[in-house]
Design a protein around this ligand. Structure first.
Ligand code: TYD
Ligand code: MG
Length: 455
């Protein structure tokens, strides 16, 4: 009987070692090595689905001599996904989508499969049964008579299906459930993920078929499996959002064929995910009267300008230690803004509970919304509403100065487009010659803002 062969793999970076080690020599993480049984057959399985290459062996060629044209993109029906991919799907590319359980990864890709009409799509699921997927497909208002479903986890059987079917697009839900018969370890283990992803990538590259891989993420939010998986694929997308809110953001963290600045916004509805092409309009609550503690900021998500609503509540602290709570905005930064208000503007924030919330369940990391957050907090503190025709743009520095932000022109245009009448912004922005119809109020310090708004 053949001896069982085992190797130790690093769960973080995928490095291997014959012996167990406490600290990974490759990525310096502690305690990440796990033992896995490997047993590779000698057969040349690498050419399982290689098309005949007529005996021509490959040799190096000059970059100038490579003909352009095979990077033509497949434009999908889903405009948000097209944008995130950098203008469509590149043939032969492998895209990994990660996200928390229940966020809508399977829904998104089933939708893509069903919308890819007149093309053969193979949807491989190792997680759900055929009837479960059918039930989901019935909720989605698209139909594709060429969408095949295959509930299989063995890559050898999947490889055979590739040969028989010759699909134009493949979706794998999920990479952690696949297993190769050539390796003995369990599905989801590092060696299985490496092997099965490698096989999917070879299939994509050799036949020019785009492949979507769904990947699970771990508790700390990173994609499960070795980091190596992210290196192997062409594009890594993150599907994020709060499960209790309807909005989802698709972001690319790696893209060999486009920029990683673009985002896609979706709304989860009863009938699947709906693309949101004008996010600002829905993120701002439509109302006639102005309320205290509410302000609008013009921010950027990726390259897209977005107007968001900040709500703040400031009330006298009942208990000894005032509470500070922030939803969708960095809590440390909120504390910093409160300290600036106390020190530079003389507001007694130390005795107040402060709650801040970004509407719609979004998480904003752009410091350009500082000014809007301050305006909402002071508006609630003074119980004085701010007109709902005003938008704020600006980062606040430690000495209470209002600083310039990036892509100011786009932010102002977005506010103008949505019918705002005034924008408060930093005097230090390099404004383009472009004449805006919207009124621009330039300020240098927080005190000026508070005087203008609350007198
Ligand atoms: P799912 O795609 O299964 O998530 P993932 O594959 O990322 O784990 O989506 C799960 C959630 O989406 C589920 O809680 C229900 C919701 N949903 C809708 O609200 N509307 C729909 O039409 C569908 C199909 C799902
Ligand atoms: Mg799923």
């Amino acid at each position: 009987m053949a001896k069982v062969q085992t190797t130790f793999f690093c769960r973080n970076c995928g490095a291997s070692s014959a012996k167990w080690v406490g600290k990974c020599p490759a990525c310096n993480e502690w305690n990440t090595f796990v033992e896995e049984v490997i047993h590779k057959e000698k057969a040349d399985y690498k050419s399982t689905w290689k098309k005949e290459n007529n005996g021509i062996s490959k040799k190096p060629i000059l970059i100038n001599e490579i003909e352009k044209g095979n990077e033509m993109r497949i434009v999908l029906k889903d405009l948000e996904l097209n944008r995130v991919l950098g203008g469509g799907l590149v043939p032969g590319s492998v895209i990994l989508i990660g996200g928390e359980p229940g966020i809508g990864k399977s829904t998104l890709l089933l939708q893509v499969a069903l919308q890819f009409q007149k093309h053969k799509v193979l949807y491989i699921s190792g997680e759900e049964s055929e009837s479960q997927i059918k039930m989901r497909a019935e909720r989605i208002p698209f139909a594709n008579e060429n969408c095949f479903l295959f509930t299989e986890t063995s890559t050898q059987k999947i490889g055979k299906a590739f040969k028989d079917l010759e699909p134009d697009l493949v979706v794998v839900d999920s990479i952690q459930t696949l297993q190769s018969d050539l390796i003995d370890s369990t599905p989801g283990s590092i060696s299985q993920i490496k092997e099965t992803a490698g096989e999917m990538i070879r299939f994509a590259k050799e036949t020019g078929t785009p492949v979507f891989l769904i990947g699970h993420i771990t508790k700390d939010g990173t994609l499960a499996g070795p980091k190596l998986l992210e290196h192997m694929v062409d594009t890594v997308l993150q599907f994020e959002g709060d499960r209790h809110h309807v909005y989802r953001i698709l972001r690319s963290t790696k893209n060999r064929f486009g920029s990683t600045n673009e985002i896609g916004i979706y709304e989860m509805q009863g009938g699947g995910l709906r693309e949101v092409s004008n996010p600002s309009e829905i993120l701002i609550t439509q109302r006639d009267e102005s309320l205290s503690g509410v302000s609008i900021s013009a921010t950027l998500e990726g390259m897209r300008p977005l107007l968001i609503e900040t709500q703040a509540l400031v009330s006298t602290a009942v208990y000894g230690t005032p509470q500070r709570n922030s939803n969708g905005y960095d809590a440390k930064r909120l504390n910093m803004l409160l300290a600036i208000l106390e020190k530079k503007c003389g507001l007694r924030m130390g005795l107040q509970d402060v709650f801040v919330n970004i509407a719609g369940g979004l998480r904003i990391e752009d410091p350009g919304i500082d000014l809007g957050i301050i305006a909402a907090i002071v508006s609630s503190y003074e119980s004085m509403p701010i007109s709902n025709k005003i938008a704020f743009i600006g980062e606040v520095g430690l000495s209470g100065e209002v600083r310039a932000v990036s892509r100011i022109e786009q932010r102002i245009s977005e506010a103008e487009k949505l019918g705002f009448e005034t924008v408060y912004l930093s005097k230090f922005n390099k404004l383009p010659a472009h004449n805006f119809k919207i009124k621009l109020v330039e300020i240098t310090k927080l005190e000026e803002l508070l005087n203008l708004l609350f007198g």
